[in-house]
Design a protein around this ligand. Sequence first.
Ligand code: PMT
Length: 401
Amino acid sequence: MKQPSILLIISGSIAAYKSLDLIRRLREQQITVRCIITKGGEQFVTPLSVAAISENQAYTDLFSLKDEVEMGHIRLSREADLVVVAPASADLIAKMANGLADDLASATLLASNKTVVVAPAMNTQMWNHPATQRNIKQIQSDGAVVIDPAEGMLACGETGAGRMADVDNIAKIILNQLNKKLKIEKIFKALVTSGPTHEAIDPVRYIGNRSSGKQGHAIAVALAQLGVDVTLITGPTQLVDPKGIKVVHITSADEMLKACDATLPVQVAVCAAAIGDWRASQPSARKLKKTQGNALHELQLIENPDILAHIAQHKTLRPALVVGFAAETEDTVANAIAKRKRKGCDWILANDVSGDKGFNADDNQVTLISAKGTEPWPLMGKDAIADKLAILIQQFMGKHV
Ligand code: PMT
């Protein structure tokens, strides 16, 4: 499978150093990155550092006979799936708006037939100047996707709008644009949580629950079978790691939260794990002693982080689709509807776990709840539930991202 490919144009702004971080993040997502550096950009980053991080030659000169023969400016733009200008200086934006083509970057942009994502970075007066705002409107109406600069302290000492947007945010927008272009399946990533958590009381005792991981693992497998790039984050279970899937083993809720954060960005998150709501406020470093005839009178508990809510309400890396489960023993659907709203996820599968149902069973009965309403599913094997959910997720991603 061909790797998705980006042409990154780095122009003259102090924010150019951040483009090295952007290249690294795109490379981590297996995206090929080719770079053009303008003369201004070269004042802030060197072709050598850009080439080393992108693992590709960095291009600088329109009239380089060698470069034009090997990879001319037309081919540079045609071979990329997406063109990104980050940072985009006021000067380069003005050239884009007016169709100038007097250097490699502007000539390549004029010759491009691809979507162009532009992340401006400049002094706040330059950004607010009517000429720049006119140019921004012009490139937007020509089809460019502009990522507004952030507000804050600028390198020149002034405060206001003009800082290049957060690199995380730019990377996420690039991935979304690529997903649209490449019809999602090729780089669609999902995170699935599964199993219980164990919250230590002392070195040998813990607070846990009866989750076996069967449901969460089945969902990870079903998504992977559709070609999705899945990371399964699982608490302690008896299950064998599914083949061909990245598996991260954790023990406590805190560890699961860290593993989820390290896995973002993903396009889809499915939280099927039964995470302990509480943990001991001060787990004992030594085994608690049982004194004859004495009960353990007090075990102070504190709340664990809510991972589903954390992912669903993430300010910069919220996946396009966040799915939770709601394990309930009474008023299953009503409680799950409230839980979906409270946590901020898109879909929630209401799971009746009264008696022997749900936990550790081979079958499960769920009701899918979304903003559109509720849809009860019949009692099914956990594999069949996983297959049905995976197909719905794939359809959603095909339509919405
Ligand atoms: O593992 P199995 O034996 O196959 O059983 C499957 C299952 C019953 C565990 C599974 O289908 C299920 O219902 N999982 C959710 C269990 C649960 O913890 O439900 P909850 O209603 O307490 O939590 C609601 C949602 O918030 C869940 O998506 C949960 O992952 C998440 N959560 C809960 C607590 C917390 N601290 N952080 C969370 O993210």
